[in-house]
Design a binder for this molecule. Structure first.
Ligand SMILES: [Zn+2]
Length: 248
């Protein structure tokens, strides 16, 4: 079967001297692993279109479980990003998340749009790294079916308190009056809790439109990161590396 779709390259692996294996977050079929013959030849249009973080229009051939890239045309490359080691590292973390939780063999338009938006905002310096990171993490989790319950303290029903704890395993809240120990939970100030709720409930078009202090952003990111780690029960290599280079 032959079809055309748009997608973002989220991983590339060289095969021999000329060929590549790519993982693509496609609009129509979710995450696809495809073989790209001749993609490493520099004079091939496929070379740039199948490079990491190229957003490309691809003609794909599918036989049983295997995909092969026919034609490939670059729609957008985020060239400013490629010169920024920190941001590249953060986006590779996004790639790892996407490979892990995006759908396969079904449409993934929502996932692709959020990814492209996040990369655009980072690349053009329109939003800070920590703000984009927290939005990406929590929104991707919600889209993948891991929506936390952030309405109120699970014990007393309080909507807010000076300090609230987010429980990453349960995806629930406990206020400072109800929580006795703070082990393995993420403390949130009122502003950080408001921001966390925003990452879950805001309309798509307003997702990245909020401001938070550095301390608030740190709390927010601690909560979203812990949530991914606990719910998905895994570590992310690129995140560990990102934290090493940002001393975070
Ligand atoms: Zn309470």
């Amino acid at each position: 079967m032959k079809f055309q779709t748009d997608g973002l390259i989220i991983r590339e692996q060289n095969i021999g001297e000329n060929d590549r294996l790519v993982w693509v977050l496609t609009r129509s079929n979710g995450v696809v692993k495809a073989f790209a013959r001749g993609a490493k030849k520099l004079d091939s249009a496929k070379c740039s279109a199948t490079s990491l973080l190229s957003y490309s229009r691809l003609t794909l051939y599918k036989s049983r479980e295997n995909y092969i890239v026919g034609d490939a045309k670059t729609l957008r490359i985020f060239s400013k990003l490629r010169h920024d080691v920190r941001k590249m590292c953060l986006v590779q973390y996004f790639c790892e998340i996407a490979r892990h939780i995006c759908p396969r063999e079904q449409p993934a338009d929502e996932f692709l749009r959020l990814f492209l938006n996040s990369v655009y905002l980072l690349s053009e310096n329109k939003r800070g790294e920590l703000l984009v990171k927290a939005c990406f993490e929590m929104r991707y989790m919600c889209m993948a079916g891991y929506k936390p319950d952030l309405l109120m303290c699970r014990k007393c029903g309080a909507y807010s308190a000076p300090l609230v704890y987010f429980l990453p395993r349960e995806g629930k809240l406990e206020c400072c009056n109800c929580r006795r120990s703070s082990d393995k939970v993420a403390p949130l100030s009122e502003a950080a809790l408001t921001a966390l709720r925003h990452t879950v409930f805001a309309e798509d078009s307003k997702l990245f439109s909020f401001a938070l202090s550095d301390e608030g952003l740190r709390m927010l990111n601690n909560a979203t990161e812990l949530y991914l780690r606990c719910q998905l029960d895994r570590d992310f290599q690129a995140l560990n590396f990102y934290k090493t280079i940002t001393n975070g």
